[in-house]
Write a protein that binds this ligand. Structure first.
Ligand SMILES: [Zn+2]
Length: 459
């Protein structure tokens, strides 16, 4: 019988509205007890983890990640991706189907699940494609994908343009009780845009990706969710208008939800004009949480056109960034996630126009969320943790995200106040395409426990 007693931490379990100093006993891969009983029930020679002064919460869930297997293992593997997730405090991640080949068949689902069971450090759930080959033309076998164990369908990285196909996908998804997740991008409006369309795209001479290209599809999804009654989850929201659309639709009771990634509520499009342009205006209040003099911060520097600031959807204006933060704080956006999207150096080290979209995110998402939401006093710690635990678990109907007795023994221990600096060369990910190299951070996970076993721990 294996057991682990986590002692003296502040236990925050939003699913049970629990927030108090308590012990947590894990036994045989399940949560055995939380509170005064935990230590009493523990065996004499039970392994102990002292969490005094730390926060103990349900294992964090990241419902938007790219693990690149099968087919793109030069960028990432299930082994390295899940290792990076564990480093960031995540015990469960959900991988996207835009692999090579894409996850649009039961065989592909089985392959990823089997590899994850063998080589994964954390729990991996799989999503299936909406359309065959993520080509947007012909529906994937949604019922068979569900039988194979997918937790949602999405064409992430791409977006189904044909509204009729999207409607049919939603109707099938409803029959099989699967949420539909959507990467919101109107191809006509976005065309070959590479950054947010605005002042900086004009100043830098780069083709613009207008916010309306996202808003249009968010509006489409709201209308189709209303028509079909299927739950639609809008992925990585980046624009002010899409938050507003979502807010109004939820008020009407439409089955719709959304997620946000830290890069969209930390950075802005000014970052693509280089670090000087960013720190001068949009970045100037970012480190208030550290209570440090700006002169002691050693602000990281980067050049203009740095492709580690290129992602899809793109970094937007300061106004959009503020709207995303407001949407998170008022509950319009329920879920926080990374959109962890590893790419090789040789792929990113090209002209901005030709570089692939995407950045790594597992190891920086929690600290950045803590800094922008909790340390700024805009959100309580339980509310923030809810967006990484109970909210994604509910959306995907995962039996995770809580410390209720009998739940899976997935636990994250975090130190919300530790001051540290991120260095991408030390990343556990196979790829190093993070824009946050050299950034001072406040807060991080210090232990990651999966099925009752410590898989990652700060030295
Ligand atoms: Zn996407």
């Amino acid at each position: 019988m294996s057991s682990l007693l986590i002692t003296g931490g502040r236990v925050v379990d939003p699913a049970n509205s629990f927030d108090a100093v308590a012990d947590v006993l894990l036994r045989d891969g399940k949560v055995a007890a939380v509170g005064a009983d935990a230590a009493k029930q523990a065996d004499k020679n039970c392994e102990c983890l002292d969490a005094t002064g730390k926060v103990v919460c349900p294992g964090l869930i990241d419902l938007h990640a790219h693990l690149r297997e099968p087919g793109q293992s030069a960028k990432e593997t299930i082994a390295t991706g899940t290792k990076a997730a564990a480093r960031g405090g995540f015990t469960t991640i959900v991988c996207m189907p835009n692999t090579s080949p894409s996850i649009d068949s039961p065989a592909a689902v089985a392959l990823v699940k089997e590899k994850a069971a063998r080589e994964g450090v954390v729990n991996v759930f799989v999503t299936g494609a909406i359309t065959k080959g993520i080509a947007g033309e012909e529906l994937a076998p949604i019922g068979s994908l569900k039988q194979a164990g997918v937790v949602a369908i999405t064409d992430d990285g791409h977006c189904v343009q044909n509204n009729e196909i999207m409607r049919r996908a939603m109707e099938y998804a409803r029959m099989f009780d699967l949420p539909v997740m959507d990467h919101c991008q109107d191809y006509g409006l976005v065309s070959d845009g590479v950054m947010h369309e605005g002042y900086w795209s004009a100043a830098l001479g780069l083709r613009g990706w207008p916010a309306a290209g996202e808003d249009m599809i968010v509006a489409r999804n709201i209308l189709l969710a209303e028509l079909t009654g299927t739950h639609v989850h809008c992925q990585h929201l980046s624009s002010a208008q899409s938050v507003e659309l979502l807010r109004a639709a939820k008020k009407r009771g439409v089955p719709i939800s959304g997620e946000a990634c830290p890069h969209h509520f930390v950075l802005t499009d000014a970052a693509i004009a280089g670090s000087d342009a960013f720190w001068k205006e949009d970045g100037k209040n970012l480190f208030a949480a550290l209570n440090a003099q700006p002169s002691t911060l050693n602000l990281p520097t980067w050049p203009k056109y740095d492709t580690n600031f290129k992602m899809n959807p793109p970094l937007r204006s300061a106004r959009d960034r503020e709207a995303i933060l407001e949407g998170l704080c008022d509950g319009t956006i329920e879920v926080l996630c990374s959109d962890h999207a590893p790419h090789c150096n040789f792929e990113k080290e090209v002209e901005f126009d030709y570089a692939p979209f995407g950045i790594t995110g597992f190891e920086t998402e929690l600290p950045l969320s803590l800094m922008q939401l909790y340390h700024t006093k805009r959100m309580t710690l339980p509310d923030l943790i809810a967006k990484y635990t109970v909210a994604p678990a509910r959306l995907l109907k995962l039996n995770k995200g809580t410390l209720s007795a009998g739940a899976d023994a997935d636990v994250t221990v975090l130190d919300p106040d530790v001051d540290w600096t991120y260095a991408r060369q030390d990343s556990a990910s196979k790829s190093k395409n993070s824009p946050f190299d050299g950034w001072r951070m406040k807060g991080r996970a210090v232990a990651t426990i999966v099925k009752g076993k410590v898989v990652e721990r700060d030295a």
